[in-house]
Design a protein around this ligand. Structure first.
Ligand code: SAH
Length: 347
């Protein structure tokens, strides 16, 4: 695979251009084109520069190969990387703007029992430029530019565990929020993790105040470990300490994702444990009904059960909401679309 130009920050692009014997302003032309989601071959630069870049760099590191549109307006994309690997990304419309859910790895090695992304294990990390290219491609797909963005918010909740690909994810966060680029503020970005504790402490020191989201799914270590192998390594108590430190360092309240799984994590006892664990903490809980995954036996709950559980949490003084599950009709859950695509192409 060739190198990826979107991996470079603006300064790196300038150095590259100078090293190729070109004038500095060419870097700006190139950068502007890339930020508009263009291929190298489409950007208005001299033919000789284009030729030397294309010798070493991918013309199109990511290509949208399939788009599925849900009845609720959510769009899901299958994207092909330059080495042929497939990832997926989702575009959701809200009143305040449009949120894109990006993947950070091809596959995942965290092994959560409810998740389709991890079914085939980890294939490889995405580079920072590949993650950025997901955003640039979808922004351009919706006619967005740098001045008027179609993608206004980002969640790192697609396939992969962002903190298992730490350096590249940090590179992405810096580049996607750089002034002069697509410039999406860290405040409009949420990073979701299953809870890799040391990296949560590292993230608090980066000066990139993204919203921290933790996939909790159960208030106890034993309960969590039933569906999330990471819980055998790090305890709920350690998660809370790391979150409190994150709040202290960034001033950002944190969010817990809690996917409701029948007979697993949403009876009265779970609600009580959650309340004693989280009461008074600067946090919010996002409840979501499990998206059932064909290959997994776990079952979702009814809407009524979800509202009952919400009621218990609210009565106990917690701030919680039921997140609308978007794009269910288009394999909305993590990794479902990629998994079904791989199955089809292997058949
Ligand atoms: N690896 C990261 C981010 C990707 S998953 C993490 O673990 O947070 C994004 C969210 O979707 C996580 O909260 C994850 O636990 C949840 N999730 C995965 N599969 C799901 C499913 N089938 N139904 C509901 N939520 C799911």
């Amino acid at each position: 695979m060739k190198k990826i130009l979107q991996d470079l920050p603006y300064g790196g692009l300038e150095n590259l251009i100078l090293s190729l014997g070109e004038k500095k302003f060419r870097a700006k032309q190139l950068y502007d084109g890339l930020m508009r989601g263009k291929k190298i071959s489409e950007i208005n630069i001299s033919p000789s520069l284009r030729e030397s870049l294309l010798k070493e760099y991918e013309d199109e590191p990511i290509k949208i190969i399939k788009t599925l549109t849900s009845a609720d307006g959510t769009e899901k994309y299958l994207m092909r990387l330059a080495d042929g690997n497939i990832i997926e990304s989702v575009f959701m419309r809200y009143n305040y703007g449009n949120t894109q859910c990006v993947s950070t790895q091809v596959g995942c090695r965290m092994g959560c029992k409810f998740c389709a992304s991890t079914l085939g294990g980890l294939v490889r990390n995405l580079s920072s430029g590949e993650i950025l290219a997901e955003v640039l491609a979808v922004n351009a797909f919706h006619g967005g530019s740098v001045e008027k963005r179609a993608v206004t918010n980002i969640v790192l909740m697609g396939s992969g565990e962002p903190l298992d690909n730490y350096e590249n994810v940090i590179g992405f966060l810096k580049n996607v929020s750089a002034e002069g680029g697509i410039n999406i503020s860290p405040r409009n970005i949420s990073l979701s993790t299953c809870g890799i504790i040391p990296k949560i402490y590292d993230l608090a020191e980066e000066g990139l105040p993204v919203n921290l989201t933790i996939s909790l799914h159960n208030p106890t270590d034993e309960g969590r470990a039933r569906t999330m192998p990471i819980a055998k390594k790090y305890s709920v108590a350690e998660i809370l300490k790391a979150c409190d430190n994150y709040f202290k360092k960034t001033g950002r309240r944190y969010i817990f994702e809690y996917s409701l799984i029948a007979n697993e994590n949403c009876d009265k006892d779970h609600a009580e444990k959650l309340i004693s664990l989280l009461k008074g903490k600067p946090c919010h809980i996002n409840l979501i009904r499990l998206n059932e995954v064909e290959e997994r036996s776990l079952k979702t709950v009814t809407e009524k059960q979800a509202y009952q559980f919400l009621g218990l949490l609210e009565k106990g003084g917690l701030s919680a909401t039921i997140r609308r599950s978007m794009g269910n009709d288009i394999a909305g859950a993590c990794g479902q679309l990629r998994a079904s695509h791989l199955k089809e192409t292997n058949d």
